[in-house]
Design a binder for this molecule. Structure first.
Ligand code: MEV
Length: 316
C-alpha cells in the first residue's frame, strides 16, 4: 500500500533591532531569513507515532524533556483536529541552528503544524497557526513577545509591537547584511529573565529599554528613506544598550569588534544573545565577503549574506 505523506515548511528569522525591549512593549523590526529552513514530513505508518528530530529518534511519547514544546504542540493539534495520535511518523529536517536567535523553535512549530494540517487535509489560517506557534513558544521560552511567531507565520519584514501592531515593513537599502553564527548556544529564556531582573531593579535599564524603542522607530524611518549610514549608527548604539542589559558576552563582543575593525558599517547581536548570532551591516558584497572571512578566522562557525535591496532579501 502507498504511504500517505505530507510536508510543512518554515524559514528562520533575524531581528534587525528591538530584541529584548520588544518584551516590554517597545517596537522591533524583524526580517524573515530564507538562508535557513525547517521541513516537517509526516508519513503514514502501522505503528505508534515516531519522532525523528534534531538529536532524537524514537517514540514521540518518550522524547526528552527539551522536546516538550514540540511534543505538546503535536498532541494538541491532533486532539483539536479530532484525530488519533497513532499510525503516522514525524521527521524534521532543519538547517536552522538551534538556539542561535534565528527562530528555530518557532519554525519547528510552524512547519509541524503546517505538515499536520496538510496530512489531515485541513485548511489552516494565519490566526490558528499563530495561536499554535505561540502555544509552543510559551513552553519553550516562558513569556515570549510573539515576534518570532509573527515572522514565521507571515514571512515578511515586520514592524512589531507585542499584542498591538504587526505591519509589513519592506525596505530597499544599498547594503548587505551578514549573519555570523558564534557557534555558541544562545539562552533566550535565561537571557530574557536576566534582563527582567535588571529592568525591575534598575532605572538605567528601564531607560535603555526605552531608548531601544526610540532607535527602532528611527530605524523604521531610515529603512523607508534608504539611509544606510543612520541605520548603521542605530545598530551600533543598540548593541551598547544590549551590552548594558547583560545579554552580550565575550564571544559576541569579539565578533562585533572584528567586524567593525574590518570595514563593517555596524554590528550587533541578534535575538536573545548570550551566544547565538551576530548581524553585520556592510556597504557592499565585497565588504561582506571580507568581513565574513575575518569572522570565520576569529571563530564564527558559519556566515550568510543577505542583499538588503527590495525584492532581493534572500540569504546565501
Ligand atoms: C528572541 O528571538 C527575541 C527576544 O526579544 C525575546 C522575545 O521577543 O520574546 C529576546
Amino acid at each position: 500500500m502507498n504511504k500517505k505523506k505530507a510536508v510543512g515548511n518554515a524559514i528562520g528569522k533575524i531581528i534587525l533591532i528591538g530584541e529584548h525591549s520588544v518584551v516590554y512593549g517597545e517596537p522591533a523590526l524583524a526580517i524573515p531569513f530564507s538562508g535557513v529552513h525547517m521541513e516537517t514530513i509526516i508519513t503514514s505508518s502501522d505503528t505508534e507515532t515516531m519522532l525523528d528530530c534534531f538529536e532524537y529518534s524514537g517514540l514521540l511519547y518518550a522524547a526528552p524533556e527539551n522536546y516538550f514544546g514540540l511534543t505538546s504542540l503535536i498532541k494538541k493539534v491532533v486532539e483539536d483536529l479530532n484525530k488519533d495520535l497513532i499510525n503516522f511518523d514525524i521527521t524534521i529536517n532543519s538547517s536552522i541552528p538551534v538556539e542561535r536567535g534565528m527562530g528555530s523553535s518557532a519554525a519547528v512549530a510552524a512547519a509541524t503544524v503546517r505538515a499536520l494540517y496538510n496530512y489531515f487535509d485541513e485548511d489552516l489560517d494565519d490566526e490558528t497557526l499563530s495561536n499554535y506557534v505561540n502555544f509552543s513558544e510559551k513552553i519553550v521560552h516562558g513569556n515570549p513577545s510573539g515576534i518570532d511567531t509573527a515572522i514565521v507565520v507571515y514571512e515578511k519584514p515586520l514592524y512589531y509591537i507585542k499584542n498591538k501592531t504587526l505591519e509589513h515593513n519592506d525596505f530597499d537599502l544599498d547594503a548587505y547584511l551578514l549573519v555570523a553564527d558564534t557557534g555558541e548556544l544562545g539562552m533566550t529564556k535565561f537571557a530574557v529573565s536576566k534582563v527582567r531582573e535588571l529592568y525591575d531593579s534598575n532605572d538605567e535599564a528601564k531607560q535603555r529599554v526605552a531608548q531601544l524603542g526610540v532607535l527602532v522607530n528611527n530605524v523604521r524611518e531610515y529603512l523607508n528613506k534608504g539611509d544606510t549610514k543612520c541605520l548603521a549608527l542605530a545598530m551600533n548604539e543598540a548593541q551598547t544598550h544590549l551590552d548594558y542589559l547583560g545579554v552580550s558576552n565575550d564571544t559576541i563582543d569579539h565578533l562585533v569588534s572584528t567586524a567593525q575593525d574590518n570595514g563593517a558599517l555596524a554590528a550587533k547581536l541578534t535575538g536573545g544573545g548570550l551566544g547565538g548570532c551576530v548581524i553585520v551591516l556592510c556597504a557592499s558584497k565585497a565588504d561582506a565577503e571580507k568581513v565574513a572571512s575575518e569572522l570565520k578566522a576569529k571563530g564564527a562557525k558559519q556566515t550568510w549574506t543577505m542583499n538588503m535591496k527590495k525584492g532581493d532579501h534572500h540569504a546565501r
